[in-house]
Ligand binder design. Structure first.
Ligand code: C5P
Length: 232
């Protein structure tokens, strides 16, 4: 049985992948299934939290007991997260946000170029996670903000080293890092993660297991941090 350690805690979770339209029928998307985000939402609800899901595109429908606000683009996700997180205690950014979007959305379907190829101008999307941290700090709130990162290591640096750098640049409290490789993570039912804390290094190493169990491992750390900052 899940511990009831998030009773009356307000949690907002983003899940799924954004889609950035090119024209009325095409978009730039990504392979996020939304499963880890939904698993977090379900697990938080099991532990007593009041949960709101901001869902970009999901591979499986969200369970009907979850309170879901649907979005599509990064811009919509940004607005929804700003609104939904304003009175949240915990914000978890598990969505896969497109870093770029087409500079223009054509109102008619793009025609073939006639063999001369095609290029698309892209503009950068805002970093939503970083924006949520800035807004939290400006409001003087103690809201706990959790980011996700998919990293690959290389000869020079490990996955955790890249994760530490990302945690510092985003300014969030916790970063859940998964190592991505050929067949790992996206669209599967299992995940393996390392949970990093601001100023505290590696807080947990979660070996490969069901996304529901990974979700509870993440929430163990979240609950621990919440109760540490407010022991009452
Ligand atoms: O920089 P990177 O995409 O690796 O960071 C991943 C984390 O940042 C995830 O928590 C993701 O939801 C969030 N993110 C964001 N806005 C973006 C890109 C990523 O909030 N434009």
């Amino acid at each position: 049985l899940a511990p009831r350690d998030l009773d009356s805690v307000r949690v907002v979770v983003s899940a799924g992948g954004t889609r950035e339209p090119l024209d009325p029928v095409r978009f730039l998307g990504n392979r996020s299934s939304g499963r880890q985000g939904l698993a977090l939402a379900r697990a938080a609800a099991e532990r007593g939290a009041t949960v709101r899901v901001v869902a970009a595109h999901l591979e499986d429908p969200a369970p009907s007991h979850l309170d879901v606000r649907a979005v599509s683009t990064a811009a919509e996700l940004e607005t929804a997260m700003a609104e939904e997180s304003a009175d949240a205690d915990v914000v978890i950014m598990a969505a896969a946000v497109a870093d770029y979007r087409p500079a223009r959305i054509e109102s008619n379907k793009l025609k073939k170029s006639g063999g001369s190829g095609m290029s698309i101008d892209l503009v950068q999307n805002p970093d939503i996670l970083r924006g949520l941290v800035t807004a939290r700090d400006a409001a003087g709130s103690r809201r706990l903000i959790v980011g996700f990162a998919a990293e690959t290591g290389d000869d020079a640096h490990s996955v955790v080293e890249y994760g530490q750098a990302k945690l510092a640049s985003k300014g969030c409290d916790l970063l859940v890092v998964n190592e991505v490789g050929a067949h790992k993570t996206f669209g599967t039912d299992t995940n393996a993660v390392t949970i990093l804390g601001k100023d505290s290094g590696t807080l947990a190493v979660v070996t490969e297991q069901a996304k529901s169990q990974v979700a509870h491992a993440v929430l163990d750390v979240v609950a621990e941090q919440l109760h540490r900052s407010d022991p009452t």
